[in-house]
Design a protein around this ligand. Structure first.
Ligand code: ZN
Ligand code: ZN
Length: 302
């Protein structure tokens, strides 16, 4: 019997020989049968892998045999089967590509100088104590935030993680420098770096959601401060914490709520855009709003 599972984890810890760790990881993943995406760097490891529950458990057991990864905070979620078409294990200069490898310092204790980690219930306590002084800061790409985000969150104009540094330095968020900023992302890894960048640029009071949206959703679903769907980087593309969850995304054609991203049919564009099942099925819209020529205005009566 098969029970598809997905695990998400990261460990910031100095790795003297990332190439060796990569080879070990490649071997471990192949031996246990999991697929997905594993990034290794001098800063540590960041991975999302999936497979049948027995394969994933064997992989996680193997992972923990290596002392620096022994206490990795592994987040489990349900897959749908063959969530990752292949296995990719790569060495990169950074665990997440902020294009800022020299702006953070990683020790055995993790990233230095980041925002304080808050468990989901601690975020609620902070909001109770400080009210409107608390601002959620989305650490993901704008696309991801389209279908779900924390209530009232600030969503930076970032197409990729590389854009964050420019965004922070643009001055567009300087009015938040005295607020209690709570950064959040899917599993927490991007906030480890983002919160350092914010603090080093004068944001005084920065926190990061421990375990990311995944852990928050496990505890509160859509009954807390989270609204909509969670964008995920596997075949599912989105996940909901409950059957009642309503996506914040809107179909480009009919405007109905949908968490469904499709690729623009224009081969030179291929951009992801939101289109509901009915509209894609009926074929009325196959190109993104940028590629669809504007509908000519109805002629005015003379
Ligand atoms: Zn539609
Ligand atoms: Zn397009």
């Amino acid at each position: 019997m098969s029970l598809p599972k997905i695990v998400l984890f990261y460990v910031f810890t100095p790795l003297a020989d990332p190439e060796a760790v990569k080879l070990w990881q490649l071997n471990l993943a192949q031996r246990t049968g999991v697929t997905g995406r594993i990034i290794v760097s001098e800063q540590g490891i960041n991975a999302t892998v999936g497979g049948d529950i027995r394969e994933v458990k064997a992989y996680v057991r193997g992972l923990r045999e290596y002392a620096p990864f022994k206490h990795a905070d592994v987040k489990w979620s349900d897959g749908v089967g063959e969530d990752f078409p292949r296995l990719s294990v790569k060495v990169r200069p950074e665990l997440v590509t902020f294009d800022a490898p020299d702006l953070i310092t990683v020790t055995e204790n993790g990233v230095e100088g980041g925002g304080m980690h808050l468990a989901p219930h601690e975020v609620h306590e902070l909001v109770e104590q400080r009210g409107e002084d608390v601002v959620f800061f989305d650490g993901r790409n704008r696309l991801e935030a389209q279908i779900g985000r924390f209530r009232g969150a600030v969503v930076p104009r970032a197409e990729t993680t590389r854009d964050f540094l420019r965004e922070i330095e643009s001055g567009a968020y300087d009015h938040l420098k005295d607020k209690a900023l709570v950064t959040y992302c899917t599993g927490g890894v991007r906030c480890e770096v983002l919160s350092v960048l914010l603090r080093n640029r004068g944001f005084q009071d920065v926190y990061q959601l421990d375990g990311g949206i995944v852990r928050y959703g496990e505890q509160y679903g859509n009954d807390g401060l989270w609204d909509g769907s969670l964008y995920v980087f596997d075949r599912r593309m989105h996940t909901e914490f409950s059957a009642e969850a309503r996506s914040l995304g809107r179909c480009a054609e009919c405007g109905e709520p949908t968490p469904r991203f499709v690729n623009c049919a224009n081969g030179e564009c291929r951009a992801l855009f939101l289109c509901c099942e009915t509209c894609t099925g009926s074929g009325v819209r196959s190109r993104c709003p940028d590629c669809v020529p504007a509908t000519p205005a109805a002629p005015h009566p003379a």
